[in-house]
Structures are given as structure tokens and as C-alpha cells.
Design a protein around this ligand. Sequence first.
Ligand code: UT7
Length: 330
Amino acid sequence: MFKGVKILGTGSYLPEKVVTNFDLEKIVETSDEWIRTRTGIEERRISRDDEPTSEIAAKAAEEALKVAGVDAKDLDLIIVATICPDQTFPNTACHVQKRIGASPTAMCFSMEAACTGFVYALETATAMLRSGYHKKALIIGAEEMSKLVDWEDRSTCVLFGDGAGAMVLEATDDVNDCALVASSMHANGNYTDILEIPAGGTLQPITPELIESKANCLRMEGQAVFKLAVTSMVRACKKVLKDANLTIDDIKWLVPHQANMRIISAVGKGLGIETEKVFVNVNKYANTSSATVPIALDEIAKSDLVKGGDYVLTVAFGAGLTWGAALIKW
Ligand code: UT7
């Protein structure tokens, strides 16, 4: 009954429009120098108004399916990790299902775990495939953060970008062969208010006054998030390595959530891994929330920087607070 799980392919998609730090200097009181030195970000991609999350998710998915050699009609599970859904409901995975022409009977749901969404989805899909109830899964991290931020708030709008990354997974008969070697997934709801969109849900239904005060946009206590991010991510990675009976020297790539270069460096330092093994692309795409990890994994796969049997340690952190580390045997 219990199965193994194989990664068959990855894909990613970034919207065409590039917005540099210099472009942002024209919108808010900021500077390329401030953004680069505080975050490592140089530019980000921004989606069109008529380009919803499911569209960029579907483009990433189509690429992953092509690489995997899998027909969308053979998928029986689609999970989309996103905090930028097309609509409150139906869920974004159903929109993706329709766009890619996937089986009209597949199980489709979205997962709202912010920047940790993709590693949560990887853990969830793996468990569902291992159980033997599902055979082929598509998991996606897709976000259009540009549609959630307040473009007059310089402390947040410069940090985020839009993008999507996808992965196709398959159940195999060898129960001992599992791409997800070990994981450590967590949340602490005592910190729901340090990174949030205050209004627009049932807690504070939207009113003209709330829109006027921008309560329907992302708000963050940057420094509090920063400190919790570093300690939690380092702890989760150490737990995963211990559970897998490996050391940091066994890791080919550390793929941390791409929120801020200083956070990435601090996590690398906390784990004692060589700088060259820490994957970085935050300079190109900024923080695309749940999409940073799958986009990075796809870039690694495409550049032939990883081969079968290599260990890739992914780790993410986001609103909730949620955090998690997932050790992948490629
Ligand atoms: O996926 C998880 C999501 N969140 C994160 O990863 C964010 C974690 N936090 C951070 O990355 C950092 O806290 C930030 C990059 C957000 C901010 O860096 P910081 O070093 O903590 O700066 P700060 O918030 O202490 O602000 C320092 C100064 C302030 O001015 P005063 O009060 O010292 O005069 C801010 O008003 O920088 C000012 N500032 C800016 N200046 C120019 C804030 N944003 C900007 C800006 N341009 N864009």
C-alpha cells in the first residue's frame, strides 16, 4: 500500500515586466542604494492587471509537465500554495486545473501558508502520494504580491515581486525511495499580527473606510519578522539534518526562501554552510512568497547544478507565522 515518491520535473514562470529599484525611486521615497544594502534586491517582476495568479501558475505548471513528460489529464492531485488567490473562492487550483486541461476529476485545493506554502505543499502532496490514494501530483507556489501591497508604503512595496514555480511528483512502488527525505513543518499563531492583511476577510469585512486606510494591503513589522525568520529557519534545518542522519557538509544546495539577502546570509551562517552552496536569486525577483522556493529549485534544475542523488535542503518562513524545512534527495 505505501509508496515511494519521485520528482519528475519542475517549471517556473516570471511575468515579463521588470521593475528596477530605480523605477521605484519614482514612486516612493526610496533609493536603489537603500533597497540593495538592506535587502539585496535589484529588480522584481510585476504581473499585468489582466494576468491573474492562476495564469502564471498554469504557465509554470505547463513547463513542469513538459519536463516531466506527464499529460495534465493524468494528474489526480493539484495543490496551489498562494496568498494571492484569483478569487476568495473557487480555489485557485481549480482555475489552474481548467487552464492546463487537467483531468476534470482531480482533487484540487489551495494552501494558504504564505511564504512557507510550497514546502507545506511538498509535505502534503508527498504524504498523499505515499498513502497510495493518489498517483500523480502537481504542486505550485504562485503569487502576485504586487496586487497585495500598498504602493505608497515604501517599507513594504519595495520588497515583493510576482512569480510562480511548479513541480510534478509521482508515486512509485519502491517505498524506500522518497524524494522528501525528512521535513520539519511548523506554525505559531501567536504572531498572526506581525505580518498580515488586516481587512478584507471575515475578521474585518471590507468597508470604504478600511480601503481608505489601506487596511486591505499587506502590513509587516519588518524587524520582528527578521529575527524570528532566522532563528526558526536555522532550527528547522538542524532538526531535518539530524532526523536524516546527515550533516550540513552532505548538502549540495541550501535553497532558502528568498525574502532578504541578510536573512539568507544569516541562515547560511547559522548552519555553517559554504556561501557558494547557498542559492540566491532574490536580487532578480525579490520576495515572491510561496514561489521563491520552487522558482529557485527550477533554476537549479535547468542549470544542471544538481544531479540525481544530491541533497537539496529547502527552508521557508512566512506569515502565520509558518515555517518549515524540507530535505529533498534529487
Ligand atoms: O517572507 C517574509 C517576509 N518578510 C521579510 O522577510 C522581512 C523581514 N525584514 C526585513 O527584511 C527588514 O526588516 C526590512 C528590509 C523590511 C527593513 O530593514 P531594517 O534594517 O529593519 O530597516 P528599518 O525598518 O529599521 O528602517 C530603517 C529606516 C527607517 O527610517 P528611520 O526611522 O530610521 O528614519 C525607515 O523609515 O529605513 C527607512 N525605510 C526606508 N528608507 C528608504 C524603510 N523602508 C525604506 C525604503 N527606502 N524603502
